[in-house]
Design a protein around this ligand. Structure first.
Ligand SMILES: [Fe+2]
Length: 289
């Protein structure tokens, strides 16, 4: 009989109840999720108070999500799950480190299409001018013309435009098409590191764990071309003190860019190349509108 007897018996009966799920992948994923969740509850012997707290945390994460902030994405980021998914699904075909990084909560679709060399600092954004160039290639090393390099970043005060009334809409966001040699080029200002939002349940968790919220300075990239898998990545400033303690675990050696100071240090350059794998060009759903 499928009647619950002991704590252990719940898993077996719950799994049996899900066994008729027609979608094979959903059946596999839910069976594994249920098995791991039960093992977790058993391992820590979750108390009723803790269970209530956990449910309140999940409700809070949803309630803290809105037009300006996606706390659900942030929670996945802070647990290392977003980085894990990015690395697992974007392994380097040559066996090197993954070229990918987590999307993060701040990507917006339809950033302005810009001409090569244009600046994405389109409202008054004081900061160290940064010149960014690179080449997009396929896995055979051939330059990819007509690829779109979508870049977005925080300002020198560490805020994305949608978090900061001082910045114009779409400031420090732009899309650039590669030329016949696969080259892209844009101008901007050096981004600052920034704390992930700490005014919601994720902030409560970080404080309880004595973790600092400060991400090392970085530029976000999404590189695409029809017939190729969309590459989502981040490039980190090599002189940032938080490279080894990114709260969302995005930094790998491959993703550390060389931010070269120019002249008296009043300007900088960054050269960073991308490789696109063959595949379907599928974009993520934007975490914020
Ligand atoms: Fe970011």
């Amino acid at each position: 009989m499928n009647i619950v007897t002991t704590p252990d018996s719940v898993l077996q009966i719950a799994t049996a109840a899900m066994a008729r799920t027609p979608d094979e992948r959903l059946r596999t994923v839910m069976a594994a999720l249920t098995r791991h969740l039960h093992a977790f509850v058993q391992e820590v012997r979750l108390s009723e108070d803790e269970f209530e707290q956990a449910l309140e945390f999940i409700v809070g994460v949803g309630q803290a999500t809105g037009e300006k902030k996606n706390e659900v994405v942030l929670a996945a980021d802070l647990l290392g799950v977003s980085t894990l998914v990015a690395l697992l699904n974007n392994q380097d075909p040559q066996g090197g480190e993954s070229p990918a990084a987590l999307l993060g909560p701040f990507w917006r679709a339809n950033a302005p299409l810009c001409t090569a060399g244009e600046s994405i600092a389109r409202s008054k954004t004081p900061g160290v001018p940064l010149d960014v160039r690179g080449v997009v290639r396929d896995t055979e090393g051939r330059p990819l013309a007509g690829a779109i390099v979508d870049a977005w970043q925080a300002s020198p005060v560490g805020l994305y435009e949608n978090q900061d009334p001082e910045q114009d809409d779409m400031n420090l966001r732009g899309r650039f098409e590669t030329d016949a040699e696969g080259r892209y080029h844009f101008r901007t200002v050096r981004p600052a590191g920034y704390p992930v939002p700490t005014d919601g349940p994720c902030g409560v968790l970080l404080r309880a764990q004595q973790r600092h919220p400060n991400r090392p300075a970085h530029l976000h990239f999404m590189v695409s071309k029809p017939g190729h898998k969309v590459l989502i990545s981040q490039v980190f400033a090599d002189d940032d003190e938080n490279l080894e303690s990114d709260p969302v675990f995005g930094v790998t050696r491959r993703l550390i860019g060389c931010f070269e100071p120019q002249g008296d240090g009043q300007q900088a350059t960054l050269q960073y190349d991308f490789v696109l794998e063959p595949g379907e060009m599928k974009f993520p759903r934007p975490p914020i509108p």
